[in-house]
Design a protein around this ligand. Structure first.
Ligand code: ACM
Length: 250
């Protein structure tokens, strides 16, 4: 995935789109081979990738969440990040908290707390790929009142798409998992990405699932306010019914 491909894929969008989600590290590739190389590809939020995304926001008339390699030049750290941008500015940055596999060699673990951004009528939280395996991430975003979890991914394991049904159901939130397709072979690495990007509803319904092997854009209409009612019946509210005082582990 790169700028040209994203332009091609999105140029036919006719509908009124509010939020577009692109994969993790959408412009750089995933299989970094050294810190030096990762640093060369990394940008801050005034970099070329953010400018490209802002321009795309302007063309489509939407807000975009996309993954990028972020450098904090002051601290000389590189993060596997996601940014939420509109045509004017970066509205928020999320730095991946739970690095997967060799990402741990090339990126620093995220150092920013989870956050939810209010954009128009939407409350959007971000997480990245392997964060799905820690239910605390989606739960925290739900506790921060997220309606929608924007979830850029480069998934190589086959479990996430199904797990997101549970993440959404247990929190009554929508999720947009934008996953990569294809293969990346570099050095000793041979990654096959699982595709099947997915939009999951607050009630666990899969609203859209992309094919495993082809890049596509899917447009799904939702009412994000449906995520704000946490009741699943007259007696059970998923958030109010929690018993945090009983969740001590030692
Ligand atoms: C992953 O977190 N990119 C698998």
């Amino acid at each position: 995935m790169n700028f040209r491909q994203v332009r091609e894929l999105t140029k036919g969008i006719q509908d009124d789109v509010a939020l577009l989600v692109l994969p993790e590290l959408f412009a750089t590739g995933y299989a970094f081979q050294s810190i030096k190389e990762t640093k060369m590809m990394a940008e801050d939020i005034s970099g070329e990738t953010i400018h490209f995304l802002q321009d795309l926001c302007r063309s489509i008339g939407c807000v975009i969440c996309a993954g990028f390699a972020e450098i904090d030049r002051d601290r000389d750290q590189i993060y596997n990040s996601a940014v939420l941008v509109d045509e004017h500015e970066a509205l928020g940055v999320y730095r991946k908290l739970h690095l997967f596999n060799k990402e741990t060699l090339y990126f620093s673990p995220g150092n920013l707390p989870l956050a939810v951004h209010t954009i128009g009528g939407m409350k959007v939280g971000m997480m990245i790929c392997f964060d799905w395996i820690y239910p605390e991430v989606a739960r925290t975003l739900a506790l921060l009142d997220a309606d929608i979890i924007a979830h850029p991914a480069n998934l190589v394991l086959p479990y996430c798409q199904d797990a997101m049904i549970t993440r959404c159901l247990e929190n009554h939130v929508f999720a947009i998992t934008a996953n990569r397709v294809g293969r990346e072979t570099r050095g000793m690495d041979n990654f096959i990405f699982t595709g099947q990007s997915q939009v999951t509803s607050f009630d666990g319904t899969v609203l859209a699932r992309a094919p495993a092997g082809a890049p596509v854009v899917k447009i799904v209409e939702i009412n994000q306010k449906d995520a704000r009612n946490k009741k699943i019946n007259e007696f059970n509210d998923l958030i109010a019914g929690r018993r945090p005082s009983m969740y001590r582990t030692r």
